[in-house]
Design a protein around this ligand. Structure first.
Ligand code: HEC
Ligand code: HEC
Length: 310
């Protein structure tokens, strides 16, 4: 091969790679189109937004306490990586999701990506939400659009270098983010599958009850086996291990706790679980709570005693 020919070939290959790379990048940045669907059901969305725990994370503490308007953002989360603020997700066109298309809304959960293309931090639990059904997401969006717009501008997250570089999340996602949809297990009952869907995806119980590695990714081998350091407390082991988990709890004890916060010993659940119960599971129907209990009781027991970090 003569030299001039080689140069031409190299340039052509580089150009083709560039075009392909740019196409892939663009393809990723733009939210994929959605299949045609039935009209969304805002009433269903009102229920699902509770199952998803969206209200507690996207409403500031004062408004939550006063039972004020929801979804205006401003809730602070302290994490080992810095402080994150739940954004305004009301229908406000400037600060909320008022201008978002359905496809953009779905893509935020399923791909952890914003309409402009940037990556979200996993403080927004899209690692779990990626498995939420498109229909459920569109019903949630329809419900949000029935609520008044909130005017609070978003507060920038307070995270230091290198975590403040959102592009770095591309690598994090490549390592840890599975975009797998929920696949029901045909060998199990409809109730078990409903519980699996809620616990693993919409209600994202593992986000607190599964320990994380130094980069904030869940340790798969310790799924639901408890995690230290959630807002200064611990999220206990909720696998059915008799000693270190909730193996001695009956299904109805689990249902009762999720409904009212009441523990089998007569105490009330505290810490970060308070919000989960008050703004989430206490709004769910008995069938869904029982489905979650059935699923939790079916998990492999993992012996893991969680100690508070000093
Ligand atoms: C554990 C707290 C938490 C929960 C639960 C949660 N979110 Fe969020 N959400 C966040 C945080 C933090 C961000 C900001 C992420 C970022 O900036 O990278 C976010 C981002 C978003 C965004 C993108 C907003 C924007 O301006 O780009 C939307 C939309 C959203 N959440 C909707 C929801 C809905 C709907 C639910 C319930 C199904 C939900 N979230 C549950 C914490 C949470
Ligand atoms: C935001 C973090 C968070 C999420 C999300 C969360 N939990 Fe919890 N959970 C906790 C914490 C923290 C405690 C311990 C509370 C305390 O100290 O009283 C707890 C306690 C519990 C307990 C009591 C265990 C015991 O031994 O006392 C159960 C059961 C439980 N959670 C189940 C669930 C289920 C089911 C879900 C999903 C619907 C869930 N949790 C979601 C943080 C969370």
């Amino acid at each position: 091969m003569n030299k001039a020919y080689k140069v031409v070939l190299a340039v052509a290959v580089a150009a083709a790679a560039g075009v392909l790379g740019a196409a892939l990048w663009e393809g990723q940045r733009r939210a994929p189109a959605l299949p045609a669907a039935a009209a969304p059901d805002a009433k269903r969305g009102e229920y699902l937004i509770r199952a998803g725990g969206c209200v507690a994370c996207h409403t500031d503490e004062q408004a939550l306490k006063d039972k004020g308007p929801i979804l205006g953002g401003g809730r602070a989360f302290k994490t080992p990586f810095g402080t994150f603020y739940g954004p305004n997700i009301s229908k406000n066109p400037a600060h909320g999701i008022g201008r978002w298309s359905d496809a953009e809304f779905v893509n935020a959960f399923r791909a952890g990506r914003a309409p402009g293309g940037h990556n979200y931090y996993p403080a927004f639990p899209y690692t779990s939400f990626a498995g939420v059904e498109v229909r459920d997401l569109l019903d949630i969006k329809a419900y949000i659009l029935t609520l008044p717009a909130q005017s609070r501008p978003n507060k920038p997250h307070e995270v230091g270098f290198p975590y403040n570089v959102r592009f770095g999340l591309t690598f994090w996602k490549w390592l840890y983010f599975e975009r797998a949809p929920f696949r029901p297990d045909p060998a199990r009952s409809a109730e078990w599958n409903r519980g699996a869907y809620l616990v693993n995806h919409l209600a994202h119980c593992g986000e607190c009850h599964t320990p994380r590695n130094a980069l904030g990714a869940p340790k798969r081998a310790l799924l639901f086996a408890g995690a230290p350091d959630i807002e200064g407390g611990i999220a206990p082991n909720i696998t059915p291990d008799e000693e270190t988990g909730i193996g001695k709890w009956s299904e109805s004890a689990i249902v009762e706790m999720l409904k009212s916060g009441l523990l089998p010993d007569g105490d009330t659940v505290g810490g970060a679980m308070t919000d989960v119960v008050n703004h989430g599971t206490s709004h769910l129907n008995d069938a869904d709570l029982k489905a979650m209990a059935v699923y939790l009781k079916s998990l492999p027991p993992i012996r893991n005693k969680v100690e508070k970090k000093k």
